[in-house]
Each structure stands twice: as structure tokens, then as C-alpha cells.
Design a protein around this ligand. Structure first.
Ligand code: SAM
Length: 269
């Protein structure tokens, strides 16, 4: 990244917030920063830096502009179908065969919770009342604390539930008077949300299954490679990883590909 003034802004943001934006793709970074320049009426990076220093609330706005939170329930429907039909039943079967109960799942970059709640709904659908035979915890993390707060409320507007099949809406949501849809407690209790930075955060232990979808697209190739190793280290033996439809594993010796079209991988070493 050549622009010196841009680097000074990133350095300032890092000093104040601890957030290291240098790993984001320069094109994404510049596009997002342009929006903040417009919003703050700064004519150039230098003016924006002055604005930033005078208006501490802008740090958060900058972070929110950068961490794009677009998500939806059952995003890429076909992939969730594969998870329901094959991947999750296999994990459940293997756990039961090993006489174990505990299953740890990680939804990395979970945004407002649609991804982990979709998974929880699928698990309820597969297991029905056998769900108590397992101890399933879906750990859902995101860098951005404000999306985590929203996710914890488990409340969604009508526009946000458009992908949810009617039968799941009837079964797993309660419509309240404000025309909001709230996830029922029996689904909600499967998911634990917390703020966590995949780049800088501590290990959260080992998982059987990790979804890390639509996160890598914002990172440089160099960082993607580093994070794949980190995710590999967070998986149990033969653990499963699902990436986004525009993302692939860069280290073929660490993972075997279970489905090219669905971007599903298995830890091999
Ligand atoms: C585009 S959303 C994807 C949400 C969901 N995984 C999906 O596929 O629908 C990307 C999310 O990653 C989060 N994120 C960005 N950088 C992160 C980091 N370093 N650690 C954890 N989460 C991060 C953003 O805040 C955002 O909520």
C-alpha cells in the first residue's frame, strides 16, 4: 500500500483502537474509506485524519465501514442443504460412534447471527428430540461488537427473514407486536456469542466444525494463508471447514476438499 497519508490514518486507528486494518485488501480499504471521507465532508485523507483526531466517535464509524456485515439466513441455500443432508449427520454419527456427546462448532465472523442460528435450526431439524443426547455449542464470534449485541437479541425484521422457509418460521420464530421475528429459546440456547478478532484473538480451543464464510474476501492473500493455518490449528482431527463461495483453501497439504462446489474442506494432518 503506497499512499503515505492512508498509512498514517491506519496507524492512528491502530494506536487508538488496536484494530490493524493493514491486512484488509487495499481496494476494499480505499473504497470504504472514501465513504467516510464523504460522510465527514473531508476533501482528502489529510482532512479526514484531522477530523478523526477531533471526533473520537469516528473511530467506531471507520471500523463499522470496514467490517462489512452483509449476511442472511441460509446464505447460499444449496450449501446449507449439503450441511443438513451430509456434513452434520456425519459429524453427529461419528461423535455417537466414539461414545462422545460434545460437539463444538465455530461460526467465525457471524455478523448479526443469521449464520449460527441457521445452523442451530438445521441441527434441531436433523436431531428433533434426540438433540439432548448431544452437548452442542455453536460459538459465534465477530470483531464488531455492535453486531454481536444485535445477534444476542435474536430479533429480526421482516426483510431479514426473507430466506427462512415458512415451516421454519412457524416452528422456530415468534412474531411480536412490532412485526419483528424472534428466535425461540430452544434454538437460541444452542448459540453463544462473543466479540473476538480472528486475526489477533486468542485460541478458543478445538472445534469439530468451523464456518468461516465471506470474511477472507476482504483480506490480503498473505493474511488468508496465515489465517488458514490458525483455523487448521483450531480444528479437531478430521474437523470440517466451510468457506464462502468466493473463497478457497490456500494450503492443499493441510486440508482435503470434500466439495469443490460447496467449498467444504476436511483437516488431514
Ligand atoms: C460479510 S460478513 C459475513 C457474515 C457471515 N459469515 C455470512 O457469510 O453471511 C463478514 C463479517 O466478518 C466480520 N469480521 C471482519 N474482520 C474480522 C476479524 N478480524 N475477526 C472476526 N470477524 C471479522 C465482520 O464484522 C462481518 O460481520
Amino acid at each position: 500500500m503506497k499512499n503515505k497519508e492512508l498509512l498514517i490514518i491506519l496507524d492512528q486507528v491502530y494506536k487508538v483502537t488496536g484494530f490493524d486494518a493493514q491486512y484488509y485488501r487495499p481496494s476494499t480499504l480505499k473504497r470504504r474509506l472514501e465513504r467516510r471521507l464523504l460522510a465527514t465532508r473531508s476533501k482528502n485523507y489529510r482532512e479526514y485524519l484531522v477530523y478523526l483526531k477531533k471526533n473520537p466517535l469516528e473511530y467506531n464509524k471507520f471500523l463499522e465501514a470496514l467490517t462489512i456485515n452483509v449476511t442472511e439466513f441460509f446464505r447460499d441455500k444449496r450449501i446449507f442443504h449439503t450441511l443438513k443432508r451430509k456434513i452434520l449427520p456425519d459429524i453427529l454419527e461419528k461423535t455417537a460412534a466414539n461414545k462422545k456427546k460434545r460437539i463444538r462448532i465455530w461460526s467465525v465472523g457471524c455478523s448479526k447471527g443469521q449464520e449460527p442460528y441457521s445452523l442451530a435450526i438445521i441441527l434441531k431439524e436433523i436431531l428433533k428430540n434426540r438433540i439432548n443426547r448431544f452437548q452442542i455449542i455453536i460459538h459465534a464470534t465477530d470483531l464488531n461488537n455492535s453486531v454481536i449485541k444485535q445477534a444476542k437479541t435474536a430479533r429480526y425484521e421482516k426483510s431479514e427473514i426473507k430466506n427462512v422457509p415458512q415451516k421454519y418460521l412457524n416452528k422456530y420464530f415468534i412474531k411480536n407486536n412490532n412485526n419483528e421475528f424472534k428466535i425461540k429459546n430452544n434454538v437460541k440456547k444452542l448459540v453463544r456469542f462473543r466479540q473476538h478478532d480472528l486475526i489477533k484473538g486468542n485460541s478458543l480451543g478445538k472445534f469439530d466444525f468451523i464456518l468461516c464464510r465471506n470474511l477472507f474476501i476482504f483480506f490480503t492473500l498473505e493474511l488468508q494463508k496465515e489465517l488458514i493455518k490458525k483455523i487448521h490449528a483450531s480444528l479437531r482431527k478430521e474437523g470440517i471447514l466451510v468457506l464462502g463461495t468466493a473463497e478457497t483453501v490456500k494450503y492443499e497439504d493441510l486440508f482435503s476438499c470434500l466439495s469443490f462446489s460447496d467449498h467444504i474442506y476436511q483437516k488431514i494432518t
